[in-house]
Design a protein around this ligand. Structure first.
Ligand code: GRF
Length: 208
């Protein structure tokens, strides 16, 4: 069964763009049918429309409380008959009430090798800790922030000269390789059949 995917963003949408691109392949096990942004001015909305994907803003600030905001998200998802969600730089923490019905049908990408460095200021945390390797993680979303089952990870080296910005740029390149691969792996029912390992351009990618 091929999935009808919505991507939830808040900003520039570079991960979103790689997912849209990957899902154009004839054999990709899903199609991107909708992009929702929690910010009206998100650059990702423009990118999505340029790629002919319907894109709407559901601005968090337009709603009094989280429940009303999430109800508006659910309405957009239902209208487009969405059955799978990818969070890609979506800067809002979703409530357990929203997350639970999407159990096993919602992925997120986080720019660290979880369970290390959940939350914000990830690259600062990594540099502060003095790790020699960092990377990114695609995981299922559960009610516990950045703690759902891991689908795949990509690792990159941390250089002595790194700043949070230079490390972020290296990790983001790895994200663009990991997210489409992990999404396809998961949607194809291959989770648990790994590890499926690839290595190129200084990035080590492993899917569970
Ligand atoms: C990515 O680093 C992702 O891991 C994090 O937010 C960032 C979004 O970047 N959750 P983009 O909007 O996909 O360019």
């Amino acid at each position: 069964m091929t999935r009808r995917i919505a991507i939830l963003i808040s900003g520039r949408g570079s991960n979103m763009a790689t997912l849209i691109d990957a899902a154009k392949a004839a054999d990709f096990p899903g199609s991107v049918e909708l992009v929702i942004s929690s910010h009206e001015e998100a650059g990702g909305l423009v990118l999505a429309r340029e790629a002919d994907v319907p894109a709407v803003a559901v601005p968090r600030k337009a709603y009094k409380g989280k429940a009303a905001f999430e109800a508006a998200l659910s309405e957009e998802l239902a209208k487009a008959d969405i059955d799978f969600i990818c969070l890609a730089g979506f800067m809002r923490v979703l409530s357990p009430e929203f997350v639970t019905p999407w159990n096993d049908r919602m992925l997120n990408i986080h720019p660290s090798l979880l369970p290390l460095f959940p939350g914000l200021d990830v690259h600062e945390q990594a540099l502060e800790a003095g790790v020699a390797v960092s990377g990114c993680t695609v995981h299922l979303v559960t009610a516990d922030l950045d703690a759902g089952p891991i689908i795949g990870q990509a690792a990159v080296p941390v250089m002595p000269s790194d700043t949070p910005q230079s490390l972020a740029a290296r990790v983001q390149k790895a994200e663009h390789r990991l997210y489409p691969a992990a999404l396809a792996h998961y949607l194809s029912g291959k989770l648990g059949g790994g590890p499926s390992v690839t290595q190129s351009e200084g990035c080590f990618l492993s899917l569970r």
